[in-house]
Ligand binder design. Structure first.
Ligand code: CP
Length: 307
């Protein structure tokens, strides 16, 4: 049974195919509005979410399907000690596809091994968040017309920011990408991500703690939240949380066609006064996430022979 746990589970051709489907959904929504009639998506969220859970649910409804949902692990049998594997086996009896978020790295993989229906990882700890990457890719595609020849600045918590790890893996497959990695020393990109997705492909990159000095080079600025929930020590979080706050004055030397992205939720990383700047793309990412999740649900249900 095909599941999507990590962005590496999708080939570059498949990523391009999902974008093509999403664009067709945007242009011809009626064509897709009954495809999943009679089918059910189960959303299992063991960790808080607004965008990912609601966009998966909106995606299934817009495909004509239905949704069953576990939004609070505390009110499920997980609170009595039921394992992720047993939960996945149980939900396989009720639904056709699962979208699952869990605080532990690897939990989605465990669920996929146990389930008899496709499982989509909606975020597992600090590891992966492949459908956020799909949202990011569609946004970049719609803003820039493609993925080649881009200088991409990634700023903030590059250590725990799972969306950053997945996005780097996806963008590294395209031509003439360059990365500018902007973070405090303590929140640098993990060496395994650098090794597997950047160095192994000889992709040029620089690491810096300074945002303003590199701003003029960037085609994309991907801001991230410092991930409080992944810190062992509240003192370290408080010291690092406001390392980068994007305000209009910091954009003075930025390109006119810079795309400012953020997976959201934001805390202080981007001033609300930037929301009306035409370069702000973060609420476009939210909407694009729904279209890409529709495309992914369709792909996995078709491959499973369910539709
Ligand atoms: N970007 C994202 O995953 O948002 P939520 O945590 O609200 O789902």
């Amino acid at each position: 049974m095909r599941s999507v746990i990590d962005i590496v589970d999708l080939t570059t051709e498949e990523l391009d195919g999902l974008i093509e489907t999403a664009v067709d959904i945007i242009e011809n929504p009626q064509k897709y509005s009954e495809i999943c009639h009679g089918k059910k998506l189960a959303t299992l969220f063991f960790e808080p979410s607004t965008r990912t859970r609601m966009s998966f649910e909106a995606a299934m409804y817009e495909l004509g399907g239905n949704v069953i949902s576990m939004t609070d692990a505390g009110s499920s049998s997980a609170a009595k000690g039921e394992s992720v594997a047993d939960t996945a086996k149980t939900v396989s009896c009720y639904a056709d596809i699962i979208a699952m978020r869990h605080p532990k790295e690897g939990a989605a993989y465990v669920a996929a091994k146990a389930a008899s229906i496709p499982v989509i990882n909606a975020g597992d700890g600090g590891h992966c968040h492949p459908t956020q990457t799909l949202a990011d890719l569609l946004t970049i595609y719609r803003e820039k017309g493609g993925f080649n020849n881009l200088t991409v600045g990634l700023c903030g918590d590059l250590k725990f920011g799972r969306t950053v790890h997945s996005l780097i893996n996806a963008l590294s497959r395209y031509e003439k990408i360059k990365y500018v990695l902007i973070s405090p020393e303590e929140l640098k990109l993990p060496s395994y991500v650098k090794r597997d997705s950047i160095k192994s492909r000889n992709i040029p990159y620089i690491q810096t703690t300074e945002l303003e000095s590199v701003m003029p080079e960037l085609d994309i600025l991907y801001m991230t939240r410092v991930q409080r929930e992944r810190f062992f020590n509240e003192e370290d979080y408080l010291r690092l949380k406001d390392s980068y706050i994007l305000t209009p004055d910091k954009l003075q030397n930025a390109k006119k066609n810079l795309s400012i992205m953020h997976p959201l939720p934001r805390v202080n990383e981007i001033s609300v006064s930037i929301d009306d700047d035409e370069r702000a793309c973060y609420f476009k990412q939210v909407l694009n996430g729904k279209y890409m999740r529709m495309a992914l649900i369709l792909k996995l249900l078709k491959e499973a022979g369910t539709i």
